[in-house]
Design a protein around this ligand. Structure first.
Ligand code: NAD
Length: 596
C-alpha cells in the first residue's frame, strides 16, 4: 500500500513552484506554500490566482472548484511552517548551495518520515540529499513548465533513495493525473539533456544573426510541429534558470561545448531580461508574467512593407524535376495562381507528374477543400515540357532534381544560358551549399535556396536560403513568392542544415546516444519529449519515419561542416543503418514495424 499524503509543502513560488502548488491543490491535497519574504509570497499568490482565474475564464475550472482550490493553500513565509507536511517539494533557484541549505533546514523542521523532494532540472539530487540526515528519503520530482498543463513528471531516484519512497512518489504522480518516468540521477535527466543543447544552439544562431528570432521560432514550430519555438521557450523557462541549467549541465555532463551557455544569455540575465517573468527576454511581453508578446524595436515590419522592398514581379514559374518535391511544388504554385512550366526528362515522366498533381488536387475536391472549377483552372495553368529552352521567359525557376551537386551545377549552368535576365534561380536542396550552385552561373546574385518541406502542399514552411552573393532584391522576391503561396518564408544563411535540420538532427542524434548509454528506454525517451515538451512525436518515432539512413546522412553533413565533436553521429545509428534497419520504410528501425 502506497503512503497517503494529505498535506504537502512547496518551497519557492516562482515559475515552477506556483504551478506545482496548483497541481497539488487541484487534486485535493492541502498545501503549505512557502516563500522567502512577504513580497515574494504575494507574487506567488498572484501567479496562482491569475492562472486559476484564466482556467475559470476558459471554462476549464468551475468557480466553486477554484475557490475550493485556493482554500486548500496556506501561504506562509519561512520553512518552519512545514513542520507537519508529509512531503515537501523544493522549487527555489537552481543553485546547489542554496538547495543544500534549504534541505538541511527542512531536515531539521520536518517530521522524520517526511519525504523531501527537489524540482531541480540539472543539479545532482544525490549532492542535495547528503545535506540531510535522511538521504534515503530524498528524491527528485521534476515537473515540466507549465506544471498544470504538462503531463510528464521525471522521478529521479538516487543510489540511496529507498524503494518505498520511489513507489510512494510514483503513486502520488498517478493521483495527480501525471505520467511518470523513473530514472537515475544524471545531469538534465531525460528531457533537459535532450532539450538544452538544442535551445542553446538556437540562441547561438540568433546571437550570430544567422536568422531573426521570429524566423528561428517559426521554423521549428512550422517545420517540426513544436508547440513553441526555442527562443519563446527560453523566455517561458526564464533565462536565469536556463543559464544555470546549462552551466550545471556543462560541468556535470562531460563539458560538452554545446552546453556552455551562449554569451548572450549571461548578458541578458545581467541586464535583467529574464523572459516572461520580467516582461522582457528574447521578446517583449505586455507586462511581467504575461504570455502576450507585444511589438518592440526588433519586430519585423509588416510583410507588405518589406515586400515593397525591391521584390520583382513573378507571374510565370518554371519547376525542374519529376520527384515528390517537384510534384508538390508544382501543385502549390498552380493553386496560388501562377502560370507554370514543368520541365522533366521526358514525356513519360511529365505524364506521371501530371497524373500525380491531378490526383492530389482531386483529393482536395473530394474533401470539399477545392472547387472543381479551381482544380481545372490550376491544371490549366501548367504547361508540360521536356526541354529547358521552354524556361526562356519565366520569372522564377525552382529546381528540384536529384540531390547531387554535379547534376545541380550542370543544370544551373544551362539555366544561366537559357533564362532571361532578372530571373530568380532557386534550388530546393536540403543539404548542398547553395553558393556552389550559384557559382555555376554568371549571375550568383540571382540565385537563392527555397527549401520546401515534404509534403509541400501541406507543410506551411519554406526556408529562404541567402548566400553571401544573393542580392536583396532576389531575397525580397523569394519572400514575396512564399507569402503569395500562403507559406511562411524564413530567411537564413547558407549553412549546413539551414535552421530546421541544424537544430533538429543533433537532438535526434543525442537521443540515440542516450539510448546507447542505457540511461533510459526508447519508449520512456519518446514519452518524455511528447508529454514533457509537447512534441508531436518522440525522437525514435520521428527517426523511424524520416529514415535512419537519411538522418545519418544529414548528421554527417552537419558534423563535417561544423566539426562540432558533439555532432558526431551516434555509433548505434551507424550500426542500425549498416544492418539495414532504416525505419518504417524497411520494416524495422528503432522499432519493429512489420506487425503494426
Ligand atoms: N523554469 C522552468 O521551466 C523549470 C522547469 C522544471 C524545473 N525547474 C526547476 O525548478 C526550480 C525553480 O525554478 P523557477 O524557474 O521556478 O525559478 P524562479 O526564479 O521562477 O522561482 C524561484 C522562487 O524561489 C524563491 N526562493 C528563493 N529562495 C528561497 C528560500 N530560501 N525559501 C523560499 N523560497 C525561496 C524565490 O523568491 C522565487 O519565487 C529550479 O530548480 C529549476 O531548475 C524549472
Amino acid at each position: 500500500m502506497a503512503r497517503e499524503f494529505t498535506r504537502v509543502g512547496v518551497v519557492g513560488l516562482g515559475t515552477m513552484g506556483a504551478g506545482i502548488v496548483e497541481v497539488f491543490a487541484r487534486n485535493g491535497l492541502d498545501v503549505t506554500a512557502v516563500e522567502i519574504s512577504d513580497a515574494a509570497l504575494e507574487r506567488g499568490r498572484a501567479t496562482l490566482t491569475s492562472s486559476t482565474d484564466r482556467a475559470v475564464a476558459k471554462g476549464k475550472l468551475a468557480e466553486a472548484d477554484r475557490d475550493a482550490l485556493m482554500s486548500r493553500v496556506d501561504f506562509r513565509v519561512g520553512l518552519d511552517a512545514l513542520h507537519d507536511v508529509d512531503l515537501v517539494i523544493e522549487a527555489v533557484p537552481e543553485h546547489l548551495d542554496l538547495k543544500q541549505r534549504i534541505f538541511a533546514e527542512l531536515d531539521r523542521v520536518c517530521k522524520p518520515e517526511t519525504i523531501l523532494a527537489t524540482n531541480t532540472s540539472s543539479l545532482s539530487v544525490t549532492e542535495i540529499s547528503v545535506a540531510t540526515t535522511r538521504p534515503n528519503q530524498v528524491i527528485g520530482i521534476h515537473f515540466f513548465n507549465p506544471a498544470p498543463v504538462m503531463k510528464l513528471v521525471e522521478v529521479v531516484r538516487t543510489v540511496v533513495t529507498s524503494a518505498e519512497v520511489v513507489a510512494d512518489v510514483e503513486a502520488l504522480c498517478e493521483r495527480l493525473g501525471k505520467v511518470d518516468v523513473t530514472i537515475s540521477d544524471r545531469a538534465g535527466f531525460i528531457a533537459n539533456a535532450l532539450l538544452f543543447g538544442y535551445l542553446n544552439h538556437a540562441v547561438g544562431m540568433f546571437e550570430a544573426r544567422y536568422a531573426t528570432r521570429e524566423d528561428i521560432d517559426a521554423a521549428m514550430k512550422l517545420g517540426c510541429g513544436l508547440p513553441m519555438g526555442p527562443l519563446a521557450l527560453m523566455d517561458l523557462i526564464g533565462l536565469d534558470t536556463a543559464y544555470e541549467i546549462l552551466d550545471t549541465m556543462y560541468r556535470r555532463g562531460g563539458r560538452d561545448r554545446r552546453h556552455a551557455p551562449a554569451p548572450l544569455l549571461k548578458q541578458m540575465v545581467t541586464a535583467g531580461l529574464l523572459g516572461r517573468k520580467s516582461g522582457r527576454g528574447f521578446y517583449t511581453y505586455e507586462r511581467p508574467g504575461s504570455p502576450k508578446v507585444v511589438p518592440d524595436e526588433h519586430t519585423p515590419v509588416a510583410a507588405d512593407a518589406a515586400l515593397a522592398d525591391g521584390a520583382r514581379a513573378v507571374a510565370k514559374v518554371g519547376v525542374v524535376g519529376s520527384g515528390t518535391m517537384a510534384t508538390g511544388i508544382i501543385e502549390v504554385f498552380a493553386k496560388a495562381g501562377y502560370e507554370i512550366v514543368s520541365v522533366t526528362r521526358g514525356a513519360e515522366k511529365s505524364a506521371k507528374v501530371c497524373e500525380a498533381v491531378k490526383t492530389s488536387l482531386n483529393k482536395g475536391v473530394v474533401r470539399g477543400k477545392l472547387a472543381e472549377a479551381d482544380r481545372d483552372a490550376a491544371m490549366g495553368r501548367i504547361t508540360w515540357s521536356a526541354t529547358l529552352e521552354h524556361l526562356a521567359d519565366v520569372d522564377l525557376v525552382v529546381e528540384a532534381v536529384v540531390e547531387e551537386l554535379s547534376v545541380k551545377k550542370a543544370l544551373f549552368a544551362s539555366l544561366d544560358e537559357i533564362c532571361k535576365p532578372g530571373v530568380v534561380l532557386a534550388t530546393t536542396t536540403s543539404s548542398l551549399p547553395v553558393i556552389d550552385v550559384a557559382m555555376a552561373t554568371q549571375r550568383p546574385a540571382d540565385v537563392i535556396g527555397l527549401h520546401f518541406f515534404n509534403p509541400a502542399p501541406i507543410m506551411p514552411l519554406v526556408e529562404v536560403v541567402r548566400t553571401i552573393r544573393t542580392s536583396a532584391e532576389t531575397s525580397a522576391t523569394a519572400r514575396a513568392v512564399c507569402a503569395a503561396m500562403g507559406k511562411t518564408g524564413v530567411v537564413c544563411g547558407d549553412r549546413s542544415g539551414f535552421i530546421v535540420n541544424a537544430l533538429l538532427f543533433p537532438y535526434l542524434n543525442d537521443a540515440v546516444k542516450m539510448l546507447e548509454a542505457s540511461y533510459s528506454t526508447a519508449d520512456d525517451i519518446d514519452y518524455a519529449m511528447k508529454l514533457g515538451c509537447g512534441y508531436p512525436m518522440g525522437p525514435f518515432e520521428l527517426l523511424d519515419v524520416v529514415g535512419l539512413d537519411v538522418s545519418l546522412a544529414i548528421q554527417r553533413e552537419l558534423y563535417l561542416e561544423l566539426r562540432e565533436p558533439g555532432f558526431a553521429p551516434a555509433p548505434l545509428l551507424e550500426h542500425l543503418v549498416t544492418a539495414g534497419y532504416l525505419g518504417r520504410k524497411s520494416g524495422r528501425g528503432f522499432r519493429d514495424h512489420t506487425n503494426r
